[in-house]
Design a protein around this ligand. Structure first.
Ligand SMILES: *Cc1c(COP(=O)(O)O)cnc(C)c1O
Length: 326
């Protein structure tokens, strides 16, 4: 599978426009005053299903020929990608099977079913759930739609970057949450094609930052997964990574790593100063600015990638008056 082109992102924009929200870009008066720079927030946490993943899942699904769609789609992701694929499949009248391990909590299983997908609970780990997804591909002709390492998924996520340069043609810096790299690869391709002078910076949690460690090693490496407030940024990039690792290596200017109290501060600021409930993964751009780890060069955008946070955890973070210990 080869990397997508800018033309693929434009095509994705046309393909998914009827099915996804065009999210607002809003100037943050509070961050602009604090940093003495123009700071904007891309409010992608307001996307349908609560995260940008709907863009990539919808694009990949609609790019399939009719006979592949008729056989259904599958994934082993339980988080925002699983929700997105379930929603996109239901909207397109396509069968979707989300494979989960027996460790998945009952509310996640119910959540997948509520989105209209079949939940297949099998195996003792996420890796074993993935084996079932591959079996569905081999034996039932279903199509696996992975969460990031896929050209059509990356092109779909890139439409978010397209909207940023449309709304802010003079953009100087874009801060993007980074895990497997599907979002930042697409956003960087879109933003840098339209505005080559712009910098695109990835932000990850310091605990288990798979892409950062892979970039340092020069090839994909495995990292130990640890609990983090930015749970949507957890997981590896895949040892057989083909699309996102080379794109991130070639297009992304810098990667910033944050500790847990810094991520908590981003969640808290979003709530108290911006009126936004966002998950930890989505708060890392704001957090990098607040921590002084990202310099806002030119008009600066922090991409708020999702809102799917446990509300009890959110309450504990925003109500706590001491720095987060986590
Ligand atoms: C998946 C996800 C990310 C990371 O996206 P990648 O394409 O894996 O880098 C960031 N934020 C949220 C809310 C996500 O769901």
């Amino acid at each position: 599978m080869t990397a997508p082109t800018f033309a693929d992102i434009l095509a994705a924009g046309r393909r998914i426009a009827p099915h996804v929200a065009r999210t607002p870009l809003a100037r943050s008066d509070a961050l602009s005053a604090r940093l003495g720079a123009e700071v904007f927030l891309k409010l992608e946490h307001r996307q349908i299903t609560g995260a940008f993943k709907l863009r990539g899942a919808t694009n990949a699904l609609l790019a399939l020929p009719a006979e592949r769609r008729a056989a259904g789609v599958t994934t082993a992701s339980t988080g925002n990608h699983g929700r997105a694929l379930a929603h996109a499949a239901r909207a397109a009248g396509v069968r979707a099977v989300v494979c989960l391990s027996r460790l998945a909590p009952a509310n996640k299983v119910a959540g997948v079913e509520a989105m209209g997908a079949e939940a297949r609970v099998i195996g003792a780990s996420q890796d074993e759930a993935m084996i079932e997804a591959r079996r569905l591909v081999a034996e039932e002709g279903m199509t696996l739609i992975p969460p990031f390492d896929h050209a059509d998924v990356v092109a779909g996520q890139g439409t978010c970057g397209l909207e940023i340069v449309e709304d802010l043609p003079g953009v100087g810096t874009v801060l993007v949450p980074l895990s497997g790299g599907g979002l930042i690869a697409g956003v960087a391709l879109a933003v840098k094609t339209a505005r080559p002078a712009a910098r695109v910076i990835g932000v990850s949690m310091a605990r288990g930052a798979a892409m950062a460690e892979s970039l340092a090693a020069g090839h994909p490496v495995e990292v130990r997964e640890e609990a983090t407030l930015a749970d949507s940024l957890g997981g590896g990039i895949g040892l057989g990574n083909r699309v996102t690792f080379p794109m991130v290596r070639d297009l992304v200017d810098d990667v910033i790593l944050l500790d847990e109290p810094e991520i908590a501060e981003g969640i808290r600021w979003a709530y108290a100063a911006e009126g936004a409930v966002i998950e930890g993964a989505a708060a890392v751009g704001i957090a990098a600015l607040l921590a002084g780890k990202a310099a806002p060069r030119g008009p600066t955008v922090a991409l708020l990638s999702g809102r799917n946070i446990d509300m009890e955890l959110h309450r504990r973070i925003v109500c706590s008056d001491t720095p987060w210990e986590g």
